[in-house]
Ligand binder design. Structure first.
Ligand code: NAD
Length: 715
């Protein structure tokens, strides 16, 4: 017999079970996961009102009919808030939070069965109830700080009252999902068990609660002040949150909120919650992080589409066992695709294998990998000096020296050794994919696959389409990147591809700024304060000034209308004087190894003097804002040009590439999101004020159109 429904909505239903028990079951129609959007909250309110009015209901079981419990708030719903006024946002949040509070106020025991992932609102609804039971395999957490906000449905109030202020802040400030074991250890849940036993156990808990009424006292305790607050430990966590608060204010705001409401009743604290969350919703950081979350989803979906359109990938091949080839072979093998790694020198093959072994041993030592699995991975990287077994490769990545003639010859050679469907890709960092392809008989099977160094760490892979690359080849190369756990972004063939091209625009801005008299140490300080992991001068030293000098020369020459460098700039000067940066201890800074062998950066008066020689405006002072403008505007302009020329398909892909490939500060969301946050009209106006510096500061036609109609890169 079907269980009678008291209420049936699109996101949840309320069912009548035996013994005065009702079940509130989340089961979002036509979707694989449950989430909190406006409709779900409205249905929750409706179901709660029905329960409140029905005196025959003595206890409530909260469940999910999906594999997960509830994944959290509907992120698109958050974006809808961004353009509202402060009072509208606060009213919106307050009304949503009230739905949870109304549930929490029902005069009956509430038991939640957490069968799978319960994040954000998913965990907060469980916190609104009295008892929580959790499947061993489930995860829960409050990840809102990762979106630049903090839990808005009572999470910052109910969690500290349940597990203590220190533990609650730790969970909220890191935003990490917690295992069932971790949740049980701090009594965030009452019990954990195998999923198969969860429902019966939750029902038994509920029946017992109805019978003994112990839930009333438990609830009473939790409605008062926070009872566990270790001030010293709390201060430490708060200080950690404060250290990052300039760009990421949410964790500190959570710390301050928990502290300032700790002595209040739950009801009093709830009244203050909407205003604090509203303040965070209105920060640029929240806008940037929410957009990145959405962009990430879009790019993942594209990745799945590439995988669906790709050819089979069972066996890979790598040519060149150097820094990059060795890393690529490791990344492939570690993710289950065996590789034939070919080089012309046995010493290089030995080196490549040793590198892979080192990476595997490190993982075994850290407890992330079983020793037997490491052996298997190691064995699946097969070094070779010949093409003998290359016929079985589905894909081959070329990573030999950066020389057009050598690459053309090697790729033509390998093409004659592999099957007609085998995909070939080059890890070239600068050569034209079209030109390399001209040496091939099957150019449609060829694309660029640009990894970043170090391969095991860097998440981005640019997949470069030559004019003759087929859709299936581009999809297969992208799918190989997905198989390695990387994020592929498909880009068109042009000098510098996407990331290095945009980076070069930034470096050209830097070099002109230095020429005009800026102090590179100040520039580094300002750009680091802006959020870059390192300033541009320091970054040169880390990349290696000889390498960087070549890259800048090559890429800037390809875009003379925006990147012309018609003076001997600081990087060329350093390269000429063999100040190569970290690799030989001298660059913009001086480097010396400390006792543990780590390079320590120190000021270099010599470098300052050298740079001063090439300066036309020595002694002129620059404000922080001018420094930021002069470096970031060319980056925005070049990103806009790339979008308009279709070098990448979307603003999301360009911004994500800058974030994953360069470490662009996440709180600014990428160059185009940053333009949105500033206002494209203001960016265009700023460009005009620097027009004398050259084409790199000339707003594009697309930027001007957006500016005149008040548009944005992200709708
Ligand atoms: P590397 O000098 O460390 O390695 C090149 C390897 O290729 C050497 O082991 C060499 O013996 C081998 N080799 C040369 N000719 C060969 C042939 N005919 N057949 C097989 N192997 C051959 O160079 P790397 O830094 O690994 O760079 C490789 C490629 O990756 C270059 O195109 C480079 O531009 C590109 N890349 C490098 C980086 C980086 O940061 N190093 C980043 C992105 C892309």
């Amino acid at each position: 017999m079907e269980t009678p429904a008291i209420y049936a909505g699109q996101s949840l239903r309320l069912l009548r079970l035996d013994g005065g028990i009702a079940e509130l079951c989340f089961d979002r129609a036509c979707e694989s996961v449950n989430k909190f959007d406006i409709r779900t909250i409205d249905e929750l309110k409706a179901a709660t009102a029905l329960i409140a009015a029905d005196t025959s209901i003595l206890g409530l079981l909260v469940t999910s009919a999906k594999e997960g419990f509830i994944v959290g708030a509907d992120i698109y719903g958050i974006t809808a808030l961004f353009d509202r006024s402060e009072s509208e946002i606060a009213a919106f949040i307050g009304a949503r939070s009230m739905a949870f509070t109304a549930l929490a106020a029902l005069p009956l025991p509430i038991v939640t069965a957490l069968n799978g992932v319960a994040m954000g609102g998913g965990f907060e609804i469980a916190l609104a109830g009295d008892y929580r039971l959790m499947a061993d395999t489930a995860r829960l957490g409050l990840p809102e700080v990762n979106l630049g906000v903090f839990p808005a449905f009572g999470g910052c109030i109910r969690l500290p009252r349940l597990i203590g202020a220190v533990q609650a802040l730790d969970w909220i400030a890191t935003g990490k999902p917690q295992t069932a074991q971790a949740a049980l250890a701090v009594a965030a849940v009452d019990a954990c068990m195998p999923l198969a036993e969860l429902r019966a156990a939750a029902l038994a808990t509920l029946r017992a609660a109805i019978a003994d009424g112990a839930w009333k006292q438990r609830r009473q305790l939790r409605r008062g002040a926070v009872t566990r607050f270790d001030a010293d430990l709390y201060a430490q966590l708060k200080a950690a949150a404060a250290s990052n608060a300039r760009h990421y204010p949410a964790a500190l705001a959570a710390a301050e909120f928990i502290e300032s409401t700790a002595m209040m009743s739950e009801a009093e604290a709830l009244l203050l919650e909407p205003a604090t969350v509203t303040r965070l919703v209105r920060t640029p950081t929240a806008r940037a992080l929410v957009q990145l979350f959405i962009s990430d989803q879009i790019i993942r979906k594209k990745g799945r589409d590439y995988v669906a359109a790709a050819r089979d990938l069972k066996q890979g091949g790598v040519l060149g066992a150097g820094i990059m080839g060795g890393g690529i072979a490791y990344a492939s093998a570690a993710r289950g695709i065996p590789v034939l790694m070919k080089d012309i020198a046995q010493t290089q093959l030995d080196l490549g294998k040793r590198e892979a072994r080192k990476l595997l041993d490190r993982q075994v030592k850290a407890g992330n990998l079983k020793a037997e699995k490491a052996e298997m991975i190691d064995a699946s990287i097969q070094p070779t000096l010949s093409y003998a077994e290359f016929a079985r490769n589905d894909i081959v990545i070329e990573a030999v020296v950066e020389n057009l003639g050598v690459k053309q010859r090697v790729l033509a050679e390998v093409e004659s050794q592999v099957g007609a469907d085998c995909v070939l890709a080059s890890n070239t960092s600068s050569l034209s994919i079209g030109e390399i392809a001209s040496a091939l008989t099957r150019p449609e099977n060829f694309a660029g696959m640009h990894f970043f160094n170090p391969v095991p760490v860097m998440p981005l892979v640019e997949v470069i389409r030559g004019t003759r690359t087929s859709d299936s080849t581009a999809a297969t190369v992208a799918a190989y990147a997905v198989a390695m756990g990387k994020t592929p972004v498909v880009v068109q063939d042009c000098a510098g591809f996407l990331v290095n091209r945009i980076l070069t625009a930034y470096f050209v801005g830097f070099l002109k700024l230095i020429r005009d008299g800026a102090d590179f140490e100040q520039v580094d300080r300002v750009m680091e304060a802006f959020g870059w992991p390192m300033g541009p001068a320091y970054l040169q030293d880390v990349i290696g000034i000889d390498t960087s000098s070549h890259v800048i020369e090559f890429i800037s020459a390809a875009y003379p209308e925006r990147m012309q460098l018609d003076f001997e700039h600081a990087i060329a000067l350093m390269a000429r004087l063999q100040r190569y940066g970290q690799k030989n201890g001298q660059g913009f800074y001086r480097y010396e190894a400390d006792a543990r062998g780590r390079l320590v950066k120190q000021a270099s008066p010599e470098a300052k003097e050298l740079v001063a020689q090439g300066q036309v405006g020595a002694g002129r002072s620059f404000s922080d804002q001018e420094i930021v403008d002069r470096l970031m505007l060319p980056m925005i302009v070049e990103s806009a040009v790339c979008l308009e020329q279709g070098v990448a398909a979307s603003a999301a892909e360009i911004d994500m590439s800058l974030i994953l490939g360069l470490g662009f500060p996440r709180h600014h969301g990428g160059a185009l999101k940053y333009a949105d946050l500033l206002g494209v009209d203001r960016v265009v106006a700023a460009c005009e004020s620097y027009a004398g510096l050259g084409g790199g500061y000339r707003a594009t036609a697309g930027m001007r159109t957006l500016a005149t109609r008040g548009g944005r890169y992200y709708g």
